[in-house]
Design a protein around this ligand. Structure first.
Ligand code: G1P
Ligand code: ZN
Length: 543
């Protein structure tokens, strides 16, 4: 086996976004495309000779091929050992767990999260550092810079190795250890939650349904929910991971997780339902005929955190992304702990967690997590809920209603306008920015605009400033309308409009969010000229 140095040309489009490099599979299949990016990672991270790397992905189309290339390149670039999940599988939170548990130098995670998979669909790659979290912007900027000047990459000339049996093999001088993708993660979950109490709940006739959406969490859910906790066989649906996710869109929301939603709103609905996304880091939680918004879920987990053994000592603080509802802020206030408002994207939470400032964090986009790893974690949120349900012995709906009665309800909804012409989307944002002065103090029915701004964040740990993170129209009663452009969309521009109205009066808490938010929605459309400028009468997705 010899190391080959291959001459290559830069590709102009390898700028990693907040979640790594995401492109269609045929783009990644171009000769040298993946190789260039992987070499650029290795050239940027300065791993010492003999370092250990973790590699795994969500099993989507091209996962296996990519892993073979990465292994041969790691061997040619001086890594001493690679831990790879069997079959090339590691959910994103499990990869974060393995990176941390074995004190490795970092890991390469292959995923395009909740985006569809298949020969013509999405693929992605990112580097996570030794803390288990996505590389900092300094590192991703360095990787991008390397991709622009790359001239050669190094790869071992070797046959593919089998990823399907546990155990050790070698690739040149490098050890490859195929590990069970589930065990370390499942053990971590067992250390955080009261598995005996959850198990007793499940044996008492409490029925659950977990929709793995034919994505990576299938094997994790089978092992943890059915085998370790004893949920009835069949509690996990769509549990066999498929390279194309069964043709579905593996995003756990009311639109895309429709199989589960039908069951949870059906005649014989189970007591608890949940789903997770392509790479297992997002979650959706449902009760019988009842949907829990991610913002409420974060607030509820925070308010009930001490019922889980891993959080018995209480929380250091909570963090939420700016567009996430302020429900968690109210809990933080009651617990007398800080609540941080960060820009959208998980990376902002990492600094706060590493500094010990927060324990729980969450985003309205179905992401919740804690400092147990440095990624959001879908199954972790499901187990946290089950732990709370096991302790409180009430229905999901009863727990949420009690929470609202105590803290008030933050009615919440997000409207997504996908695939817009970039100019139209930018036009809406610019119009809003130009309207701050006119809007301030203006009254619309019962809503008066208190202030408007473009959200800016100063990281309390490293002092870095992130500007232009979304336009906020803030009303005097705490209601908010927020507009921002997606940083992850792959076609055209995606405009997101976030609506939030606070209601203290418990007699109003039963209202449907769309009804309660009707006036705010009208204001949001009116002041942005959204329909006129985009030609869209309706959003693509409402959550
Ligand atoms: C979206 C979500 C955001 C999340 C990100 C990665 O980003 O809104 O909360 O962190 O996906 O999962 P966006 O497309 O809005 O930039
Ligand atoms: Zn994801």
């Amino acid at each position: 086996m010899s190391i080959r140095t291959v001459i290559t040309q830069p590709f102009p489009d390898q700028k990693p976004g907040t979640s790594g490099l995401r492109k269609k599979v045929p783009v990644f299949q171009q000769a040298n495309y993946l190789e260039n990016f992987v070499q650029s990672i290795f050239d940027s991270i300065a791993a010492p000779q003999g370092a250990t790397l973790v590699v795994g992905g969500d099993g989507r189309y091209y996962n296996r091929e990519a892993i073979q290339i990465i292994l041969k390149m790691a061997a040619a670039n001086g890594f001493g050992e690679v831990l790879v999940g069997r079959g090339g599988i590691l959910s994103t939170p499990a990869a974060s767990c393995v990176i941390r548990k074995y004190d490795t130098f970092g890991g390469i995670i292959l995923s395009a999260s909740h985006n569809p998979g298949g020969p013509k669909e999405d693929f992605g790659i990112k580097f996570n550092s030794s803390n288990g979290g996505p590389a900092t912007e300094t590192v991703t900027d360095a990787i991008f810079a390397k991709t622009k000047s790359i001239a050669t990459y190094r790869i071992l000339d070797a046959a593919d190795i089998s990823l399907d049996e546990l155990g050790e093999t070698t690739l040149g001088a490098m050890k490859v250890k195929v590990i069970d993708p589930v065990t370390d993660y499942a053990d971590l979950m067992a250390s955080l939650f009261d598995f005996n109490a959850i198990s007793a709940l499940l044996k008492s006739g409490f029925r659950i349904k977990f929709d793995a959406m034919h994505a990576v969490n299938g094997p994790y859910a089978h092992e943890i929910l059915e085998h370790r906790l004893g949920a009835a066989a069949g509690s996990v649906m769509n549990g066999v991971p498929l390279e194309d996710f069964g043709g579905g869109h593996p995003d756990p929301n009311l639109t895309y997780a429709h199989d589960l939603v039908e069951i949870m709103y059906g005649d014989d609905a189970p007591d608890f339902g949940a789903a997770s996304d392509g790479d297992g880091d997002r979650n959706m939680v449902l009760g019988k005929h009842f949907f829990v918004t991610p913002s409420d879920s974060l607030a509820l987990l925070a308010a009930n955190a001490t019922s889980a053994p891993g959080y018995k000592k209480g929380l250091a603080g909570i963090a939420r992304s700016m567009p996430t509802s302020a429900a968690a802020d109210r809990v933080a206030k009651a617990l007398n702990i800080p609540c941080y408002e960060t820009p959208t994207g998980w990376k902002f939470f990492g600094n706060l967690m590493d500094a010990g400032k927060v324990t729980l964090c969450g985003e309205e986009s179905f992401g919740t997590g804690s400092d147990h790893v440095r990624e959001k974690d879908g199954l972790w949120a499901v187990l946290f809920w089950l732990n709370i349900l096991a302790v409180r012995k009430q229905s999901v709906e009863a727990i949420v209603l009690e929470h609202w009665a105590k803290f008030g309800r933050n009615f919440y909804s997000r409207y997504d306008y996908e695939g817009l012409p970039t100019e139209a989307a930018n036009g809406v944002m610019q119009l809003l920015r130009d309207s701050f002065t006119i809007l301030t103090g203006k009254t619309f029915g019962k809503y008066t605009v208190q202030t408007c701004d473009d959200f800016s964040y100063t990281d309390p740990v490293d002092g870095s400033v992130s500007k232009n993170q979304g336009v906020r129209i803030l009303f005097s009663d705490g209601s908010r309308i927020i507009y921002r452009l997606s940083g992850t969309g792959t076609e055209g521009a995606t405009l997101r409009v976030y609506l939030e109205a606070y209601e203290a009066d418990a007699s109003q808490h039963h209202l449907d969010a769309q009804v309660a938010l009707k006036d705010l929605i009208d204001i949001a459309l009116d002041i942005s000229e959204l329909v006129k400028r985009t030609g869209r009468e309706r959003p693509t997705v409402i959550t």
